[in-house]
Design a binder for this molecule. Structure first.
Ligand SMILES: Nc1ncnc2c1ncn2[C@@H]1O[C@H](COP(=O)(O)OP(=O)(O)OP(=O)(O)O)[C@@H](O)[C@H]1O
Ligand SMILES: [Mg+2]
Length: 253
């Protein structure tokens, strides 16, 4: 059994008394590709914020890479692309290459002092998302889908062990959606990263997903493989699963 990357033990969270997550326990293991699904307001982003340590549970505990989150210091092992990442205004005066460099150092001022190994890490990340040719372009002049790819490159530049993507395709049109998921396939082939993807598009990632976590009004309605999930209509008629059309891969769990 692969080692644990993210563990939630009976986690509950509420915003000013409004419950957002109730008694949720999950265990995500190394190398998994987990899809988190559920209706708007079901607690998906709250779950990602708890995993990132941006929120503290009201009850229960969070463990990262086998350690209580309070003892986990190596934050560079985890990268995050948020639901609203792609919102640069046109003409924002930073180049694609500089945005990715920020993932390397967290600060733009260091850009001119990048070492050879930094530059090759930046190049590798941009090539993986097919954006190397755009490196001198201003980020604000790119389309939403292209910007999202650059943010993925920034998230990947330190070669994280866990990548969390919260609805990364909001605002991306159908044509570029495919490009975007192709990038996820490439990352999957080229890295041993564990993925957590919040999505409403289960169908476009069916051959990547190893586990589906379905939240229903803050509760865990399902935590299972894709095949079981597609059969849940029969198993638990009260949960309406997101439609899954194709099943390509074999269960790995
Ligand atoms: N900052 C906040 N303050 C108060 N309530 C919040 C806050 N953020 C989220 N909530 C509430 O917590 C619940 C869960 O929200 P959350 O953002 O986790 O849902 P979600 O599944 O990510 O939804 P979406 O699909 O719309 O992104 C919702 O009822 C929401 O209104
Ligand atoms: Mg959300």
């Amino acid at each position: 059994m692969m080692s644990s990357v993210v563990k939630l033990n009976d986690v509950s969270y509420s915003y000013d008394g409004t419950a957002a997550l109730t008694d949720v326990s999950i265990d995500i293991r190394r190398g998994e590709f987990v899809a988190i699904v559920g209706d708007n307001g079901s607690g998906k982003s709250t779950m990602t914020r708890l995993i990132l340590g941006l929120l503290k549970p009201k009850h229960g505990t969070v463990e990262l890479f086998g350690k209580p989150i309070s003892q986990f210091k190596d934050k560079s092992r985890i990268s995050y692309v948020s639901q609203k990442a792609a919102s640069f205004n046109s003409g924002f005066p930073v180049t694609v290459e500089e945005v990715v460099a920020m993932g390397r150092y967290g600060r733009l001022g260091l850009f001119k002092r990048l070492k050879t190994e930094d530059r090759s890490a930046i190049r590798r990340a941009l090539e993986t998302v097919n954006m190397w040719d755009f490196r001198h372009r201003k980020i604000g002049d790119l389309s939403g889908g292209q910007q999202q790819r650059v943010f993925i490159a920034r998230a990947m530049v330190n070669q994280p062990d866990l990548l969390i993507l919260d609805e990364p395709t909001v605002g991306v049109d159908q044509k570029h959606l495919k490009d975007f998921y192709d990038v996820l396939h490439l990352l999957r082939e080229q890295t041993s990263c564990t993925f957590i993807l919040v999505t409403h598009d289960l169908n476009v990632v069916t051959n990547l997903v190893t586990k589906v976590i379905h939240l229903d009004r803050g509760s865990l309605a399902c935590d299972c493989g894709l095949k079981e999930y597609s059969e849940i209509d029969q198993l638990a008629p009260s949960i309406r699963p997101y439609p899954v059309k194709v099943l390509i891969h074999e269960e790995t769990t």
